[in-house]
Ligand binder design. Structure first.
Ligand code: MN
Length: 251
């Protein structure tokens, strides 16, 4: 059987190259590796193509990590000194991609920055810097705590009855943590499905769709050795298979 195609929105940066500065796509390979291991076919979606055209050839969408969303996108008039890595091209592209994907009821898994841009696209807001905006919170940048990549850093509580709970189980889940921003106001129609012990939103979903799930952690760094995190990719690929079978996406 043909593998369902999972479109991945990559990171983007302006880099110095021998022939001068150039805009370049970046994708951590583990995103693609987790999708392949789950039975899907990853394809990279360049942010210079029309979202509608790109979505004609995918069965599901994966939004990845990266720099911060421009605060002006969610109505903030200040730019926190720790806010970094803003790309207007990426913000613009992903917001359009999200709306086009939801219009088609495509399955969507949003990771880290993906969760944040999804919340913003749907009308929510972000905390620009957790240590300043929520003093006393956990340190959500595990690299500052010396916790190795590939290890988990803090627990979250997964809410019973959620899509997330059906995938990873309800109750305590150990996750990794590489973010300094987080959800402030949750978007209308979004339902929080996991929180950290300090109250930081770690996952939300859109129950009116078959499969729209956002997580603040990085399951792609855990999928090889942590079954609940692998299950997120399996669930995405299964949802993509259902979407393809329903025939509403493309033939
Ligand atoms: Mn965290």
């Amino acid at each position: 059987m043909k593998r369902p195609i999972i479109g991945i929105s990559p990171d983007l940066a302006r880099v110095a190259a021998p022939h001068g500065e150039t805009d370049r796509l970046f994708l951590n390979l583990d995103y693609a590796q987790c999708i392949i291991a789950a039975g899907g076919q990853p394809v990279v979606l360049p942010p210079v193509a029309a979202p509608e055209d790109l979505l004609n050839s995918v069965d599901a969408l994966l939004l990845t990590g990266g720099g911060d969303v421009a605060p002006s996108r969610y109505g903030a008039t200040n730019l926190h000194p720790e806010t970094y890595g803003i790309s207007d091209l990426r913000d613009e592209f992903e917001i359009a991609l999200i709306h086009a994907a939801l219009e088609r009821h495509l399955p969507l898994l949003a990771i880290c920055r993906g969760l944040q841009i999804l919340n913003v696209a749907l009308g929510g807001t972000l905390l620009q810097h957790i240590p300043d905006d929520r003093p006393g919170s956990l340190e959500h940048r595990q690299q500052l705590l010396g916790i190795p990549s590939g290890d988990t850093a803090h627990p979250v509580v997964v809410h019973p009855g959620s899509l997330l709970a059906r995938i990873v189980g309800e109750g305590i889940l150990q996750v990794n943590s590489y973010h300094h921003q987080a959800v402030d106001k949750v978007a209308p129609n979004a339902v929080v499905s996991a929180v950290a012990p300090d109250g930081i939103v770690e996952a939300f979903e859109l129950p009116q769709y078959d499969f729209v799930l956002a997580v603040q952690w990085h399951p792609e760094r855990l999928c090889a050795h942590h079954p609940p995190h692998r299950a997120l990719f399996t669930a995405l690929v299964q949802a993509a298979t259902r979407s393809r079978a329903s025939g509403t996406v493309h033939s």
